[in-house]
Design a protein around this ligand. Structure first.
Ligand SMILES: Nc1ncnc2c1ncn2[C@@H]1O[C@H](COP(=O)(O)OP(=O)(O)OP(=O)(O)O)[C@@H](O)[C@H]1O
Ligand SMILES: [Mg+2]
Length: 223
């Protein structure tokens, strides 16, 4: 039997002052180890909301998220943060880089959080693949959107997570850089049996995946 990496059960999330805007309604999703799934959907359909819940950064109104068979709601802080830091690599839609840290330190963050020593060779080879070697000593503030995105991708992969959650990872990249990032995703996910849940509007990114799901009316469907 294939190991299950992500299970989402009857997930619901509402927003609004009266808690009356239902963004996710009874959403279910199961991802096996090494499986790659693209999520597509209109702006505002709840894609980022879904990734934040899958990463345990937001709490559902109902339902649950299991990572590697463990329910996130069953974990209390700081255990939950530690668990997430070990299993998940997350590429945020707005990058979330820390401006007071250099690019290199940003990439090293998941290693510090996991009590791992920063392997220079690992950081340098990721930086090389993403074309950001010359940026390692810089602060993120003055980088272009595409450069920030590539730093965020390096940070998400540095600790070899089992589950990679990516929110429009090629969104602000030019065609050539986007193709490079997709080749990197393809190689990393295959070599290390990484499970990928990727929000994308890009057909080439979706084509890399085993399944394409559509988020509509708070639920996922195959078409
Ligand atoms: N913290 C919040 N408080 C209130 N409303 C929110 C919150 N987070 C998201 N929403 C609302 O939930 C809906 C879904 O937002 P979400 O960011 O998940 O959409 P999305 O599918 O990622 O859109 P996009 O493609 O534009 O990134 C939107 O209407 C948004 O305004
Ligand atoms: Mg979004």
């Amino acid at each position: 039997m294939t190991e299950s990496v992500l299970n989402i059960r009857a997930l619901q999330r509402r927003f609004g002052s009266a808690h009356d805007v239902q963004v996710l309604a009874d959403l279910n999703l199961d991802l096996a180890a090494g499986e790659r799934v693209a999520v597509m959907g209109a702006s505002g359909s709840g894609k980022t909301t879904l990734l934040h819940l899958a990463a345990g950064m937001d709490t559902p109104d109902a339902g649950e998220v299991l990572i590697g068979g463990r329910s996130l709601s069953g974990l209390v802080e700081p255990e939950r943060t530690r668990f997430r830091a070990r299993y998940i690599g997350l590429i945020f839609q707005d990058f979330n880089l820390i401006d007071s840290l250099t690019v290199r330190e940003n990439i090293e963050l998941p290693l510090w959080l996991n009590g791992l020593t920063a392997e220079s060779a690992r950081i340098e080879s990721l930086a090389e693949e993403l074309g950001i070697t010359a940026l390692l000593q810089r602060l993120p503030e003055k980088l272009s959107g595409g450069e920030k995105q590539r730093v965020a991708i390096a940070r998400a992969l540095v600790h070899r997570p089992a589950l990679l959650l990516a929110d429009e990872p090629t969104g602000s990249l030019d065609q050539t850089t986007a193709e490079g990032v997709l080749r990197l995703f393809d190689r990393v996910t295959r070599q290390h049996n990484v499970t990928l849940l990727m929000v994308t509007h890009n057909d080439e990114a979706a084509a890399l995946c085993d399944r394409i799901l559509h988020l509509r009316h708070g639920r996922l469907s195959e078409s």
